[in-house]
Design a protein around this ligand. Structure first.
Ligand code: SAH
Length: 367
C-alpha cells in the first residue's frame, strides 16, 4: 500500500525544518517553502524554482500541498463574505471575512461542529464530527487570500484573524497552535501576535498550556456572572466554574513579559443575562482582571429559544460596566443576512454525537 503523503500546507516552520533535516536538506528550505505555499499560493512543487530538480522530485514523491475546496461563497450587503469549504465527503466548515475600514478580520473555524453544547449557539446544534487538521485551519486563511486574488505580499487585506468560527479551539490544541504559528510567521502571513485572537469557552488547563506555548490574544466566552446561570448557557462551566476560569484568565494576563488584556465576550440574551443586577455582578467578577468586555447582541437561528436584548437594555448594561472603569464595546452585528454572524455558522457536520436525533426525539416527546 502506498503511504499517505505528508501535507505541507499544515506544517509550521518547526515542522518543515524537521522534514527537511530528515531528508538531509538544510533547514532554510523551510523559509522557502513557507513563502511558496503561503505568500505565492503555489501548490505545485515543480514551480518552486529555487529548489533543485532532484529536491522537487523527492518532494513530489513524499509530500503534497492539499487545501480544502471552496464549494460556496456568499457576499453580504455590508461587505462581509462567507466561504463554505468542503473537507471530505460529508463535512463542510465555514469561514467569514469582516471588513471594517482599515481592518479586515477573518473568522476561522477550528473543528467540524462543536462538542460543547452552549444553549445559544447554532454550531452546537450541529453536533460534532472531528477536529480540523492544521492544514484545514490555515487553509481557510489561504483560501480567503486566493479568493481576493491577492497574495500576502501584494496587499494586507486580512489584518486580523479570530478563532471564533465553528468549534472550540482549545480542544484542538496542537493543530491550532501549528496554524497560529503559520499565521504569525514572517515568511508566511506575518500577522502580529496581538492580531491573532483565540476565543475559548473556558477550557482552563488548556489556557495554562496556551500561556506557555503562545502569546496570542485571548478572548473568553463568559456570558454570565454566576455559576448557576453559566451552567445553563455554557455547560462546560460545570467542569470549570467561574472562579477557576477567572484565576486562569489572571494567570494568562500576567504570563510573559507584556501584560495582556483578556477580552470577555458576553452575549446579550433578552431577559436571561442582561439585567442591571447581572451587570453589577459582572463588575465584581471581573474586579482586578486586566480586561475589556465585548457585548454581543444575540444572533438568532432556526429554533433558537432566545431573543436579542433591546438596544436600550444593552446601553444600560454597557453604562454600568463603563462606570466601573471596564472598557466595553458592543459588537456590531455583521453578515447576518447571509447567516455569517457570531453563532450562526453551521457548515455541514456529519454528527457523531447524535445530537440532532436526540433533539428530534425530545421534541416528539420520546426520550
Ligand atoms: N468555542 C469558542 C469559539 C467560538 S467563538 C468560544 O466559545 O469562545 C464564537 C463567539 O460567538 C463566542 O463568544 C460565542 O459565545 C458567540 N456566540 C455563539 N452563538 C451566538 C449567537 N447566537 N449570537 C451571538 N453570539 C454568539
Amino acid at each position: 500500500m502506498e503511504t499517505a503523503k505528508v501535507n505541507l500546507l499544515g506544517l509550521d516552520r518547526q515542522g518543515l525544518e524537521a522534514l527537511f533535516t530528515d531528508m538531509g536538506e538544510k533547514a532554510f528550505r523551510a523559509s522557502q517553502l513557507l513563502k511558496w505555499i503561503h505568500q505565492f499560493g503555489v501548490d505545485d512543487f515543480d514551480q518552486m524554482t529555487n529548489m533543485s530538480k532532484v529536491l522537487r522530485q523527492r518532494l513530489n514523491e513524499i509530500a503534497e500541498i492539499k487545501a480544502p475546496e471552496v464549494v460556496l461563497d456568499q457576499g453580504s450587503s455590508d461587505g462581509t463574505h462567507k466561504w463554505v469549504l468542503r473537507l471530505d465527503s460529508g463535512n463542510c466548515i465555514e469561514t467569514v471575512f469582516i471588513p471594517d475600514g482599515e481592518r479586515g478580520t477573518l473568522c476561522v473555524s477550528s473543528q467540524v461542529g462543536c462538542a460543547l453544547e452552549c444553549s445559544f449557539c447554532s454550531t452546537a446544534q450541529q453536533g460534532f464530527n472531528r477536529n480540523l487538521s492544521s492544514a484545514e485551519i490555515i487553509g481557510q486563511l489561504r483560501a480567503a487570500y486566493q479568493y481576493f486574488g491577492a497574495t500576502h505580499r501584494d496587499e494586507r487585506i486580512i489584518t486580523n484573524v479570530v478563532l471564533m468560527g465553528m468549534g472550540e479551539p482549545l480542544l484542538n490544541f496542537d493543530n491550532v497552535i501549528a496554524a497560529m504559528n503559520i499565521m504569525t510567521d514572517d515568511d508566511s502571513y506575518g500577522l502580529s501576535k496581538r492580531r491573532v485572537t483565540l476565543s475559548t469557552s473556558g477550557v482552563v488547563p488548556a489556557m495554562d498550556r496556551l500561556a506557555e506555548e503562545s502569546d496570542v490574544s485571548l478572548a473568553v466566552s463568559l456570558h454570565a456572572p454566576t455559576d448557576e446561570l453559566r451552567d445553563e448557557l455554557v455547560p462546560l462551566n460545570k467542569k470549570y466554574p467561574i472562579k477557576e476560569l477567572i484565576e486562569a484568565c489572571n494567570r494568562y494576563a500576567h504570563a510573559g513579559t507584556a501584560k495582556r488584556k483578556i477580552t470577555f465576550e458576553y452575549v446579550m440574551l433578552d431577559g436571561v443575562n442582561d439585567s442591571s443586577e447581572h451587570a453589577r455582578q459582572l463588575v465584581k467578577v471581573l474586579k482586578g482582571v486586566p480586561c475589556k468586555v465585548n457585548l454581543i447582541p444575540f444572533n438568532p437561528f432556526p429554533e433558537s429559544q432566545y431573543r436579542r436584548s433591546s438596544q436600550k437594555v444593552i446601553t444600560r448594561f454597557w453604562e454600568i460596566l463603563m462606570a466601573a472603569g471596564i472598557t466595553t464595546v458592543t459588537r456590531r452585528t455583521r453578515g447576518d443576512d447571509i447567516d455569517a454572524a457570531c453563532g450562526q455558522l453551521v457548515g455541514k457536520v456529519m454528527d457523531k454525537t447524535k445530537r440532532q436525533e436526540r433533539k428530534v426525539m425530545i421534541q416528539s416527546g420520546r426520550t
